[in-house]
Design a protein around this ligand. Structure first.
Ligand SMILES: [Zn+2]
Length: 426
């Protein structure tokens, strides 16, 4: 076992909610107002010189703005940083030709401001773990009389003890819909397994096979979505039979459907990490789906929304990648995200990239070298090769069709585990 520093966020409720909610409200509204000032400034600069300022430029520019002093300077800085990050995310999507992406908007509902999250960095909070209290600093504009801070009494979950955490890096006040809660962002030392191996695996996430895995030695695995599709079909039918889609019964069914999906993602990520341990994998390479919408195989837009009966949004893939990263970390395995660009267009055997390469019944057929491979596995192998070049393209010997016969793992509803499907003999 080895020690590794990882970031963890612990959520806590606020016990003196009534005393502090007005204070936190004004901080949350102030964060929205500053965001809007920043947003407006970005538009102005853009109109003048076709350039959107970075967060440090924005901070330098707005430091003397009245709204900047509503919050502690580090909290104000963080708001402008979030705005710059939102703009950067938008550029990324535009670069990937995502025409549906919108630039970050204003935080306003009519004349009201929503309660934005307020972040307090090291100078902006003082934590007292003995009495479970934290002082959150306000900006000079919001100070009343002698008090320049809000004192929150917090309650963490029973298994979390902040007094044992050496390094609390940030406290965030988050509006949870009906009340405020606190998020403590901590660096913690964790016991992790020694890196089990040096090998790599490529993971392609998609809508037919939720995951396709290509290992370095050429073998591959598929995890079809059939069980989620059956589940969705079953629940959609039952929800449709409810008299009212807002009824208690329908709500319960939605919750059950979502809980089962979460369970599926947990089980699958755990299973994949265990497979990686078994196969001496030290690095998992995952395609980064952010902003990629084109389905390169047929030139049409990848539909991340409704697919058959399955309503699977891109956030489901983000959520899965988070779970995989978290579980892999505990085993000392690194997860790297790489761009998915061209990974379904190129032949993973000879590297030939062209539109003419055909995909037939889920098979990738290369006109150049004659490779026939499962299309998702071909994609996964291309993703893997972005981090670790293949033996085959380096002149190693890999016989034709080596990717064509992946093992298929199915989710077994009874045992709640993934089991290999009996190999069909052809
Ligand atoms: Zn080829």
């Amino acid at each position: 076992m080895a020690k590794q520093a990882v970031t963890r966020t612990y959520t806590a409720s606020i016990r003196n909610q009534q005393q502090v909610s007005d204070d936190l409200d004004s901080l949350g509204f102030a964060a929205s107002k500053l965001w809007n000032v920043g947003r407006w400034t970005c538009s102005r600069v853009w109109d003048e010189i076709d350039y959107i300022p970075e967060h440090d430029e924005l901070t330098a520019y707005l430091k003397s703005h009245e709204r900047y002093d509503d919050l502690h300077s580090q909290s104000s800085q963080r708001v402008l940083q979030e705005l710059a990050e939102a703009f950067n995310g938008w550029y990324g999507k535009r670069r990937n030709e995502d025409t549906n992406a919108n630039p970050p908007g204003y935080r306003k509902h009519g004349n009201d401001h929503p309660r934005s999250t307020v972040t307090f960095k090291n100078k902006g909070f003082k934590l007292d773990t003995r009495y479970n209290r934290v002082r959150l600093s306000k900006g000079s504009n919001l100070k009343e009389y002698w008090s320049d801070f809000t004192l929150c009494e917090y309650q963490t979950r029973p298994n979390v003890d902040l007094s044992t955490v050496e390094n609390v890096q940030q406290v965030r006040a988050v509006w949870a819909g009906s009340e405020w809660e606190l998020h403590f962002v901590c660096k913690v030392e964790m016991e992790v397994a020694e890196t089990p191996g040096e090998k790599t695996v490529g993971v392609d996430l998609g809508i037919n096979n939720f995951a396709a895995l290509a290992y370095e030695d050429g073998h591959s695995e598929l995890y079809p979505l059939n069980c989620l599709k059956q589940d969705d079909y079953y629940f959609s039918k039952r929800i449709a039979r409810c008299d009212d889609s807002d009824s208690e019964q329908a709500t319960r069914l939605y919750q059950k459907k979502s809980a089962r999906r979460t369970h599926y993602f947990h089980t699958l990520s755990k299973h994949i990490v265990q497979r990686c341990v078994d196969e001496d994998v030290g690095t998992i390479v995952v395609g980064d789906l952010t902003g990629i919408r084109e389905d390169e195989a047929n030139g049409e837009s990848k539909n991340w929304g409704k697919h058959g009966n399955l309503d699977l949004h891109s956030w489901a893939f983000d959520r899965f990648t988070d779970l995989l990263t978290y579980k892999a970390e505990m085993k000392g395995i690194t997860v790297e995200q790489v761009s998915e660009r061209d990974t379904s267009k190129s032949c993973s055997c000879c590297g030939r990239k062209r539109k003419a390469n055909r995909v037939e019944r889920g098979l990738y057929v290369c006109d150049e070298c004659g490779t026939v491979a499962n299309a998702d596995v071909n994609g996964a192998e291309n993703i893997r090769q972005k981090v670790s070049p293949s033996l085959a393209t380096d002149g190693g010997d890999r016989s034709n069709g080596w990717l064509a016969q992946p093992s298929v793992y199915l989710f077994d509803n009874e045992s709640g585990c993934f089991a290999p499907r009996e190999q069909a003999t052809s």
